[in-house]
Design a protein around this ligand. Structure first.
Ligand code: G3P
Ligand code: MG
Length: 249
């Protein structure tokens, strides 16, 4: 059985080595041999699609600004590197079209996580993401999975792009996991590993590829593989102790 995504996927790029969701992180993924990356995309106040996990700049040096109050010009001035290490001072935030160009140039696969900005409506975010032609190119090359914790967002993607691979994300997966999937058919299920039981893993794996986040140690990774988990998102997807557990990818 072959799957779109490999068993080890770089979480937010290679988050243990370079600032998350940045160009330098993507380039580092390539040089470290990572094949697929997970990146977060969210929306700013002017509709810009920016590669960010959070809805504020709090982590970037404790700045209180909310992304919903910022436009592209303001976001372009943000230093997204110093908070991680002074070595990365001045690393800019990435915008979606730039990220897609770089993913394509580097020959990576992409799990794009649509991060709904709690300050803004869901539909314009989804529609703006889906309109990106770079995503069609990745989809056509079998190098794209779109995921979200917001399953209404995924249903909206499916309405417009019925053939795109969708990853239904869960935080705290339960026995009712399938109930939110009535309006679309996922390609894969993505969940935190902490709440995943062996029983649930078996039930999900009987129907879908199953991926867990965020798995950074080989003992947990091996335990999940033994449960039948297809793969994991890791901040250390390049690390020899993680890679030693998979034959390929
Ligand atoms: O997509 C997997 C994982 O990234 C989901 O959690 O908070 O790291 O975006 P988070
Ligand atoms: Mg994410």
């Amino acid at each position: 059985m072959s799957y779109l995504m490999p068993a080890l996927i770089g979480h937010r790029g290679v988050a243990s080595e370079a600032p998350e969701n940045t160009a330098i992180g993507l380039k580092r993924c390539k040089s470290l041999g990572i094949k697929w990356v997970e990146l977060d995309v969210t929306q700013a106040g002017d509709g810009s699609l920016v590669m960010m996990h959070d809805e504020t700049l709090e982590r970037f040096g404790g700045r209180p600004e909310r992304i919903s109050n910022m436009d592209r010009e303001a976001l372009m001035k943000v230093d997204a590197g110093t908070w991680f290490s002074p070595v990365f001072a001045g690393e800019p935030l990435l915008f979606l079209e730039e990220a897609l160009d770089l993913v394509k140039t580097l020959g990576l696969g992409l799990n794009l996580e649509i991060k709904v900005n709690p300050d803004l409506p869901v539909a314009p975010l989804v529609d703006a993401v889906v309109a990106n032609r770079g995503l069609d190119a990745l989809h056509n090359g079998e190098r794209l999975v779109i995921s979200s914790f917001d399953h209404t967002a995924l249903a909206r993607v499916a309405q417009q792009k019925p053939n795109w691979a969708l990853g239904a994300l869960y935080e705290g997966v339960t026995e009712q996991w399938a109930e939110s999937l009535a309006d679309f058919t996922p390609y894969s299920i993505h969940t935190d590993f902490e709440t995943l039981t062996a029983e649930l893993a078996a039930e999900i794996r009987a129907q879908y590829p199953l991926y867990c986040y965020t798995v950074n140690d080989p003992i947990t990774f091996q335990r999940l593989l033994d449960m039948g988990v297809t793969g994991v998102f890791s901040d250390r997807a390049h690390a020899p102790d993680m890679r030693a557990l998979v034959k390929a990818g």
